[in-house]
Design a protein around this ligand. Structure first.
Ligand SMILES: C[S@@+](CC[C@H](N)C(=O)[O-])C[C@H]1O[C@@H](n2cnc3c(N)ncnc32)[C@H](O)[C@@H]1O
Length: 245
């Protein structure tokens, strides 16, 4: 972690123009200048990723897809459980981040981890709809058709398969019983602030997940945003199971 590296990342997050006429081109334009500094800065911004990965009730031999997996840093959180997995595929549309993921795979000598450079809304592994675990770590808010990404994950998962999601969000104006409420200022400011980086906070992710999966874990939290004078943005962790039928 260094100030120069942070300043470079902040420039790309706050000022660098994002160019491109397709989603992939815009992602690559946004990340290409900060791919090397990505992990260090996001460690302080993207809270709850390690817990989500740690809390997944994994079993040996499972096949996992990390959708919008970027640099693959979340795979590190699997720790000793990784070697017992049958396969882990990091699926992402952004070439520069996947290059970092590939370098990590080689450096760690992970033989059961690979990458797929494609859109998660249409990705299908060669082994078909036989996936045990799908994760989305801070990717749903960057996927314009996030509901298609979730529909695809649901389709690919085996009955009883697991989904793990961690992401920014915003509460509904009238949250259902037991759910957290956010002030009108939070509900107004955070979506506008994140949207400038093409990150779209939604109040519909959690209800969608609850409607399609049996909840195992749901936590709604706040996490500090670096260089924002202690301000905290809302994020959630959801782990769920696809019903057996
Ligand atoms: C904020 S980053 C999170 C990366 C990683 N999951 C993490 O936790 O550090 C969002 C990721 O979603 C990817 N992404 C956005 N839209 C995508 C799509 N339609 N298909 C695949 N990846 C996508 C981006 O390229 C980026 O790597």
């Amino acid at each position: 972690m260094g100030l120069v590296s942070d300043l470079k990342t902040l420039y790309h997050v706050a000022f660098a123009p994002v160019k491109g006429t397709s989603h992939q081109a815009r992602l690559e334009s946004f990340y290409s200048g900060q791919a090397d500094a990505y992990d260090d800065f996001r460690k302080r911004l993207l809270h709850g990723r390690e817990e989500m990965m740690r809390w997944l009730p994994l079993a040996p031999g499972m096949r996992m897809l990390d959708m919008g997996g970027g640099t693959g840093s979340n795979i590190e959180s699997l720790g000793d459980r990784l070697s017992a997995m049958q396969s882990v595929t990091i699926v992402d549309l952004c070439g520069p981040l996947l290059e970092t993921a590939k370098a990590r795979i080689t450096a760690r000598g992970w033989t059961n981890v690979d990458t797929a450079h494609t859109d998660v809304t249409v990705y299908e592994p060669a082994y078909g709809c036989n996936v045990d675990v799908v994760t989305f770590s801070y990717s749903l808010t960057m996927i314009p058709d996030w509901f298609r990404a979730l529909q695809q994950a649901w389709r690919l998962l085996k009955p009883g398969g697991l989904i793990g999601v961690v992401d920014f969000y915003i509460a509904r104006k009238w949250p259902t019983s037991g759910m957290k409420a956010h002030s009108w200022l939070q509900r107004l400011c955070w979506p506008a602030w994140f949207a400038s980086d093409n990150v779209y906070l939604s109040w519909d992710h959690i209800p969608w997940l609850q409607a399609h999966f049996e909840p195992v874990v749901l936590e709604e939290r706040l996490g500090k945003v670096p260089y924002m004078l202690g301000l905290k943005a809302p994020h959630y962790i959801f782990i769920g199971r696809k019903p057996l039928q």
